[in-house]
Design a protein around this ligand. Sequence first.
Ligand SMILES: Cc1cc2nc3c(=O)[nH]c(=O)nc-3n(C[C@H](O)[C@H](O)[C@H](O)COP(=O)(O)O)c2cc1C
Length: 371
Amino acid sequence: MKKEETTVLVLFHSKGGTTYKLATAIARGVEKQEGVKAVLKQVPPINAPENLESKAFASVPYATPEELAQYDGIAFGSPIHFGGTTADMRLFLEGTLNLWSEHWLEGEPATVFMAAGGGAARETAILSVWHTLAVHGMVLVPTGMRGTAEMDKSITQGNTVFGTTTLAAMPGSERPSESELYLAELQGEALAKVAKALAPLRHKAPTPTPPAKAPEESINPVEQRLQELGVQLPVLPEPVGNYVPFTRSGNLVFINQVALKEGKVLHPGVIGQDLTTEQAKEATRQTMLNVLAVLKSATNNDLSRVKQVVQLTGYLNTPIGYTRHAELMNVASDLAVAVFGEKGKHARAALGASSIPVNSPVEIQAVFEVE
Ligand SMILES: Cc1cc2nc3c(=O)[nH]c(=O)nc-3n(C[C@H](O)[C@H](O)[C@H](O)COP(=O)(O)O)c2cc1C
């Protein structure tokens, strides 16, 4: 008889990325248990952190409270904010009311890990999440004294007997430290072990179906993603010559844009001479937003019709000898992937130009495949 795979959700909220790093270590630990698969998801943020698209966790999918019952175990991770979990994770947990009244999470193993700054209230912060999980009747998996013998004791570590933390504000060492990541892996492995053992005993919940939405209320997934990223597309830039904002040939759409913002070039001039790298990145982001605004018009206001971001070519107004083109174009590439996920992955070229129309520091040529 084919054995069903045990699946553990590693669910995190992160603003700066530290909790995400712990979450990936937890997931690695989970998968060390044979036959256990880790699924990494994040809590939808109340307010997207600034420049979310440049964060390593930007493309990690969002979880819904309803799906928690489908897993054989869950690791919950959050930064510590004022001695507790973040408002974002708290809001997500508030959304589990229906699961609680239907007893869906009873007997499901759970563990908690957190990213701290200095470590204020880190143990009580983990316990504050435990309280909620206990109300659900979940089986709490602590870390105990796991890994303490092997830990590097020359620096303060974020270990607690309840779950792993990291002390991100400790000066002089990279955080999470090697030892903290090691403990997180052990924690993931411990959860996976319990999840695997209990999976056959727990009733497996059918996939809960979220309440059906009337078709007119259904949200376009790409628009929703833009909202989550806090991205507002600019007003469609007007052509400044005898050309059109885009052309379509078959299923391919071709777009060229410069760094115009509200009718003026954002940070005009030569990169590295008239503008800093940071300003050049802002200009590149603005250019890519202009490309997306045109693309929206090319898809009759329905960006979910984009099948693939095919190619991006970035021309950067740079002096001879300049070499950081790729770093600047990453801003455009990261935005494409953050908005379109897998479909956002593209081929790319980035090159220097001695001047660009209207003294823009950047021009992007983009090719998209659409339905
Ligand atoms: C509003 C706020 C409150 C915080 N409160 C605490 C706290 O009580 N204890 C602590 O150790 N760190 C505290 N921190 C620091 C964060 O927990 C720490 O920076 C964490 O590593 C951030 O994780 P992230 O990079 O995943 O967002 C606080 C940070 C913020 C922004």
